[in-house]
Design a protein around this ligand. Structure first.
Ligand code: BG6
Ligand code: MG
Length: 220
């Protein structure tokens, strides 16, 4: 039976998917690399270096390791400049009550964010105390869609992966959840997140009772 729900942060709890995207788009512009919807979607949920590698696939020339670090730092400075003035208003609508509903149902709550800015963001949003366990992204070696981060969350919560439900807005995230042997709920675009057992238009629509009462939804 269901023991825990593990949430992604950017684009599920916090209104930051757009901020990451804008920062990458700015960097793409800086270096003369193309940027479009498809690239943006592929980058979602993927860690900093993985995202940079996607951007550089079509860059005008190759970059050394040292240059890549400079580019990552630049993107991060664009991102952090926005996050610094964040507060509880940047929580996505319904996010706090979704996490609280899991706790009220007697289940454990975890956070599996690939972002090294997650601790800063949780603090700014004022929701750090809602999670029983937060994965430290700096200790994860394999980016989503690898299952490592969701498995680390389950271990930290002290529960078996099969008893967990993961909630994600990115295709790479849904794949990570499924590869970890967990049930997956997608938040956002149904075509992108098609492998999830259930897809919500927003976290506001999250109803924990649907998943407790058992069987994965049959979607037509
Ligand atoms: C993920 C975001 O949560 O974190 C990605 O979906 C981002 O867009 C990744 O690239 C890494 O974030 P950071 O803050 O460590 O650069
Ligand atoms: Mg996300």
């Amino acid at each position: 039976s269901l023991q825990a729900v593990i949430f992604d942060l950017d684009g599920v709890i916090a209104d930051t998917a757009v901020v990451h995207r804008a920062a990458w788009e700015q960097l793409a512009h800086d270096i003369g690399a193309p940027f479009d919807e498809h690239i943006a979607e592929r980058m979602k949920g993927v860690d900093r270096r993985g995202s940079l590698e996607i951007l550089l696939e079509r860059a005008p020339h190759a970059y050394s390791e040292r240059e890549k670090r400079v580019l990552e730092d630049r993107k991060n400075s664009y991102y952090v400049a926005q996050i610094e003035c964040f507060g509880p208003d940047q929580l996505l609508r319904g996010a706090r009550s979704a996490v609280e509903s899991v706790r009220d149902a007697g289940l454990r709550t975890g956070l599996a964010s690939a972002s090294r800015n997650a601790p800063l963001l949780l603090d700014r949003l004022g929701i750090a105390e809602l999670f029983d366990y937060v994965v430290d992204a700096s200790r994860i070696t394999h980016s989503k869609p690898h299952p490592e981060i969701f498995l680390a969350a389950a271990t930290g919560l002290g529960v078996a992966p099969e008893t967990c439900l993961g909630v994600e807005d990115a295709a790479a995230g849904v794949d990570s959840i499924l590869a970890a042997g967990m049930r997956a709920v997608g938040v956002g675009d149904a075509t992108v997140l098609a492998r999830a057992e259930d897809i919500l238009v927003g976290i506001e629509a999250f109803d924990i009772q649907r998943y407790i009462s058992g069987q994965p939804n049959d979607r037509e």
